[in-house]
Design a protein around this ligand. Structure first.
Ligand code: URA
Ligand code: CA
Length: 434
């Protein structure tokens, strides 16, 4: 086979065969196919797309490019939950302990932040001492005893995705539906979970900018799940503003803790509860939606979900006292309010810009090798539909490098649109596919 023929075929919008897709994935992973030819192919896919069979084949080939995790040592049904990426999406850190407190099994491999979107691993590592590099044996043992463990993807997990992702990031080909679907599903399949719950985001803080495109992506991934024998469900959810109010690593851990303590309400908590209900149903811990809802509220109210988070943090080497005293998390030197220049109703937000503002303060990476500052970020004070007066804070910045504060403040101010009328509320969960 010749790479040049495969590129030409996709350029002409023809479907690639199973053999061609497998030959490309294995050749690229082993280093025989150079970056420039792989870049040409992903660009052709960006323009021409892939049909369902090609996408499923690409997914399997990528999943099999590295080690396949064997979770058969876990005594129960493992439900893997995955978000397509967003801003202030701290759901996993609260949902994992809630599901475990209800008797479910959560064996989660998470990723790091990427462009404007945060990553669960970076957030958890802001807890003093917390380790995300457990051995597979320790991981499985912890899931069996504690019910939940969250670790990093090992280097051997889907190397084809690691390489392709880095290539797409710098060739403007991230937002291709078949490429996103294969990237996410290959990691889920190699990750070994029996059941997969996907949270596909749409909006200004998501890779899919319309609810229709998010629904197409969700349905594509559910189909891939079917092709590969995994029971897959997908929620399509709103990401037109930061999901929670905290954007930044330690700040988001604080928000998750405060939700488990029962101190905060709102969209983030509502979505956490919704995801937990699906995980409990899929994991066959609860047989009905109403039963699952009751369980979730129970473990939130009696404090057992918070206790579960403490147990998980302690077992992974972290300081569980952060759950009782959030000031033990890294603290920024300075807080600076970002005030609205006009009064009115908050009508929309450019959520990706708010993620970038936090990254600018040091909460995310501008370059791959950047080191994250766990303490910094911003805490939004307003949400879409809130009223604001001129001079009132839209957000508070948590800052260690004061030189970056003005640009971050300006980005947030221009990311928030203040209008005259009250905007129509939008659904948090648009649809559920299975
Ligand atoms: N998340 C992933 O893991 N891969 C993508 O391509 C996009 C979001
Ligand atoms: Ca948050």
């Amino acid at each position: 086979m010749r790479m040049i023929d495969i590129i030409r075929k996709k350029q002409l919008s023809r479907a690639l065969s199973r053999e061609e897709i497998r030959w490309f994935v294995s050749g690229y992973s082993s280093g025989e196919i150079p970056d420039y030819q792989a870049a040409a192919l992903v660009m052709a896919v960006w323009f021409s797309g892939m049909d369902e069979e090609e996408t499923a084949e690409l997914t399997s080939a990528m999943a099999e490019s590295g080690e396949m995790v064997d979770l058969s040592g876990v005594d129960g049904i493992v439900v893997d939950k995955h978000s397509s990426g967003g801003v202030a999406d701290t759901t996993t850190i609260a949902a994992g302990p809630i599901v475990a407190a209800c008797g479910g099994m959560v064996a989660k491999m998470s990723g790091r932040g990427l462009s404007f979107s945060g990553g669960t691993l970076d957030k958890l590592e802001s807890i003093p001492g917390f380790r995300t590099d457990l051995s597979m044996e320790r991981f499985i043992e912890m899931v069996n005893t504690c019910g939940v463990s969250i670790i990093g993807q090992t280097k051997q997990l889907v190397p084809a995705d690691r390489m392709l992702y880095a290539l797409r990031d710098v060739t403007s080909t991230v937002d291709s539906m078949p490429l996103i679907a294969a990237s996410i599903m290959s990691k889920k399949i190699a990750g070994g979970g029996n059941k997969i719950l996907l949270d596909v985001k749409w909006g200004s803080g998501a890779f899919m900018r319309t609810s229709e495109s998010a629904e197409r992506l969700a349905s594509m991934m559910v189909e891939i799940g079917k092709h590969t024998g995994r029971d897959t469900r997908a929620l399509v959810t709103d990401m037109n503003q930061p999901l929670g109010n905290a954007v930044g690593n330690a700040l988001e851990v604080e928000e998750a803790i405060r939700i488990l303590r029962g101190e905060l309400e709102g969209d983030l908590k509502d979505l956490i509860v919704e995801l937990c209900v699906h995980m409990l149903e899929m994991g066959e811990v609860c047989s009905s939606r109403s039963g699952a809802l009751r369980e979730v509220h129970q473990v939130l109210e009696d404090g057992s979900a918070l206790e579960k988070l403490k147990e998980m943090i302690g077992l992974q080497g972290g300081d569980p006292r952060v759950c009782d005293d959030v000031t033990l998390l890294p603290q920024a030197e300075k807080r600076i309010a970002v005030e609205s220049s006009v009064g009115g109703w908050i009508s929309s937000m450019q959520a990706d810009e708010i993620g970038i503002a936090a990254a600018f303060l040091g909460a995310g990476r501008m370059k791959k090798e950047d080191v994250i500052d766990p303490a910094v970020g911003c805490w939004m004070k307003k949400r879409i539909g809130d009223q604001v007066s001129a001079g009132e804070p839209l957000a508070v910045l948590y800052v260690n490098r004061e030189t970056d504060a003005e640009e971050a403040a300006e980005r947030i101010r221009s990311a928030v649109t203040v209008g005259e009328g009250r905007p129509k509320p939008r659904d948090l969960v648009v649809s559920v596919l299975s």
